[in-house]
Write a protein that binds this ligand. Structure first.
Ligand code: HEM
Length: 220
C-alpha cells in the first residue's frame, strides 16, 4: 500500500482504483434506493438486510468508508502536488485548449460532493448508527421507507441534493474515463466504448438520484 501511494504514478493508480470501487457502489446505492419508488416493502427488506447483515455491516461498510476517505484525501493531495509542480501560471496557458473545464475543476466538484456527503450522513447514516448502536433499539423492519420519505419533506434539502447530484454528474463525466486511463486501460477499439459508457453513466446515475429525491418530495 505504501509503495502504491509513494510514487506519483502509484498515487494516480490508487486514486483510480478507489474511484472504480465508488462507481460500483453508486450503481448499487442507486438500485437499492430506486426500489423505494416502486415498493415500500422491497425497500424496507433491502434496507433491513443491508443494515443487519454482518458481512455488509462489518466488512463492506468499513471498506466503503475507507474508499470514500481515501478518495477524498488522495484527491486533495494530488491537487496540491499538481499545483506545486506548475507554480508559474503561464500567461499563454489556454486551459480550455489542453483540457476540459471539468477536468480542471475536479477538486471543486469533489469538494461539493464532500459537503453533500456531510449533510447526507447527518440525514441518514448518523440516525441509523444512533438507532442501532447508541439507543440499541430492537430491529424494526418496517421503518426505513417512512424515514426516507419523510427526509424529502423539505424543499431546501431536495434543492441541495439536486445541486449536488448535478455536480456529481460533472465529476463522473471526467472521472469515469480518467480512472480507466490512469490504470493504463487504453485501446483504440475499447477506449471510445469506455468513454461513451462513461458519458451515459454520468448522466443516468445522477438523474436516477434526482428522480428519487423529487419523487419523495412530490408524493408527500
Ligand atoms: C436520492 C438519493 C439518495 C438517497 C435516497 C440515499 C439514501 C441513503 C440511505 C437511506 C443511507 C443509509 C444507509 C444505512 O446505513 O442504513 C445512505 C447512506 C450512504 N449514502 Fe446515500 N442516498 C442517496 C444518494 C447518495 C449519493 C449520490 C452518494 C454518493 C455521492 C451517497 C453516498 C452514501 C454513503 C457513502 C452512505 C453510507 C454508507 C452506507 O451506509 O451505505 N448517497 N444513503
Amino acid at each position: 500500500m505504501a509503495g502504491l501511494t509513494s510514487s506519483s504514478i502509484g498515487r494516480k493508480y490508487a486514486m483510480a482504483l478507489s474511484a472504480m470501487f465508488l462507481l460500483i457502489f453508486l450503481l448499487m446505492h442507486l438500485s437499492t434506493n430506486m426500489t423505494s419508488v416502486f415498493s415500500e416493502d422491497v425497500f424496507n427488506s433491502a434496507s433491513h438486510f443491508m443494515g443487519y447483515n454482518p458481512a455488509v455491516q462489518f466488512l463492506m461498510q468499513p471498506i466503503l468508508m475507507f474508499a470514500v476517505i481515501f478518495h477524498f484525501v488522495m484527491g486533495f493531495i494530488l491537487e496540491i502536488r499538481n499545483n506545486k509542480a506548475r507554480p508559474i501560471k503561464y500567461a499563454d496557458n489556454k486551459g480550455s485548449a489542453n483540457s476540459t473545464w471539468m477536468s480542471r475543476n475536479m477538486i471543486i466538484s469533489g469538494a461539493v460532493i464532500l459537503a453533500f456527503l456531510a449533510l447526507h450522513f447527518y440525514d441518514f447514516w448518523f440516525p441509523e448508527m444512533n438507532f442501532k448502536y447508541i439507543e440499541a433499539n430492537t430491529p424494526d423492519e418496517t421503518r426505513y421507507w417512512e424515514e426516507l420519505h419523510h427526509k424529502f419533506h423539505d424543499l431546501w434539502r431536495v434543492v441541495l441534493y439536486v445541486v449536488a447530484f448535478g455536480l456529481l454528474g460533472l465529476h463522473l463525466a471526467h472521472g469515469f474515463q480518467s480512472s480507466f486511463q490512469s490504470i493504463g486501460a487504453r485501446h483504440p477499439k475499447y477506449t471510445p466504448v469506455i468513454k461513451a459508457f462513461g458519458n451515459w453513466y454520468s448522466i443516468l446515475i445522477p438523474l436516477g438520484f434526482i428522480f428519487i429525491a423529487v419523487f419523495h418530495y412530490v408524493t408527500q
